[in-house]
Design a protein around this ligand. Structure first.
Ligand code: MG
Length: 373
């Protein structure tokens, strides 16, 4: 079963109003998809993270020539060569190969992996809380309320991009509006030191209904995380940009995190992503994969999560939630998968089990104009 054709789909969506996190505001969202087709006409889609012009050049210049003629079932021999060059490229190719193999076997993704343990997965609405507007706090709270009205009861909002006092005002106002009807996670995008992160205990202690405190510190600061975890009043989450399964080990061995957040697009392949999830289970941490970038990597995260044993016997079926981007982003509607009541049913059809919106794929195709990464 050889790869005959490789197509690229660089997609670009200009935002009506920039939004962002502690790293700054975004004016656009982008997505790079690939479609591999075998000689027998079996199709597999992949998603790659990165700057569109660079990804397109890499694929046209050497990835497509490298992939043409490769045997899908000999992935173990040649995918590591791609992983050595670029984890981002290899992640996308790995997804496409997985879909092709599942489709050939006549199985859904989860059945290819040995079967589903959870038929639906909870999702939390994820926000980019900042904007250039003076009334950004009110706008942020309105967005959370729109997700609440759509059935979400778990939300993640950003901190660390404004002063502590301003962020505190935002979060307290949000909790008051939610009236304890929803749980909130705070994501600082690695913007604090230990002392500043611990100032949040003041807010955590006088309100409840929290989920976790995400990446308060640079993720390399294992000692800082261990110290913070001993004193913080919320579970500490992190690891969305870690590049290998092994890079979770220092944090896990030191007991530095309560929750790990592997991201398939950073981990160079479907198998290393799934290994990271199981590694977390072996260490007894919770696992809530990071899935901000695109709908296909989110679908893989949902399916992989559905195959995990339960984290706890105490909370329903004990499976942790997955991130669901609830910001303005037309790329989110590219596949036919939407949450209902804060849950997403796992697709049962052959392969990835969802349909692509071909018209939207065409409409969102990047026109090649230059833009700042
Ligand atoms: Mg994060």
């Amino acid at each position: 079963m050889q790869i005959e054709k490789v197509e690229t789909f660089p997609l670009f969506y200009h935002l009506e109003e920039p939004y962002g996190d502690a790293n700054g505001l975004k004016a656009y969202r982008s997505l790079f998809l690939i479609r591999l087709v075998t000689h027998a006409g079996i199709v597999g889609w992949g998603e790659c993270k990165g700057w569109l012009p660079q990804l397109e050049t890499q694929f046209q210049q050497w990835v497509i020539p490298f992939l043409r003629g490769k045997h899908v079932m000999e992935e173990a021999r040649w995918l590591p060569l791609l992983q050595q060059e670029s984890a981002a490229l290899a992640a996308g190719v790995s997804m496409a190969l997985t879909e092709i193999k599942a489709t050939c076997a006549g199985l859904s993704l989860v059945d290819w992996w040995g079967g589903c343990r959870h038929e639906q997965i909870p999702v939390y609405a994820s926000f980019q809380s900042y904007s250039g507007r003076i009334d950004w706090m009110e706008r942020s709270i309105e967005r959370v309320e729109s997700a609440f009205d759509a059935g979400f009861r778990q939300f993640k909002v950003k901190v660390g991009g404004r002063t502590f006092c301003e962020d505190k005002k935002h979060i307290r106002a949000l909790q008051e509006r939610l009236c304890e009807a929803g749980e909130v996670a705070l994501d600082a995008n690695q913007s604090y030191d230990v002392g500043t992160a611990l100032k949040w205990n003041e807010v955590f202690s006088d309100q409840c209904h929290w989920m976790w405190f995400e990446e308060p510190l640079p993720i390399q600061q294992v000692d800082g995380y261990r110290l913070l975890r001993q004193h913080a009043l919320l579970p500490i989450a992190g690891g969305e940009r870690l590049p290998t399964t092994a890079s979770f080990l220092p944090l896990l061995q030191e007991g530095a995190l309560d929750i790990i957040q592997p991201d398939l697009l950073h981990l160079g392949g479907v198998e290393s992503f799934r290994q990271s999830l199981y590694l977390g289970r072996h260490f007894g941490t919770r696992i809530t994969p990071h899935t901000y970038d695109g709908p296909l990597s989110r679908l893989y995260a949902l399916c992989a999560q559905s195959t995990l044993p339960a984290w706890s016997k105490m909370q329903g079926d004990g499976i942790e939630p997955i991130e669901w981007d609830w910001m303005e982003n037309s790329l989110n509607q590219l596949i036919s998968l939407m949450p209902e009541g804060g849950q997403v049913p796992i697709p049962q059809g052959t392969g990835i089990g969802v349909e692509w919106d071909e018209e939207r794929l065409t409409y969102l195709r990047w026109d090649g104009r230059s833009f700042t990464p």
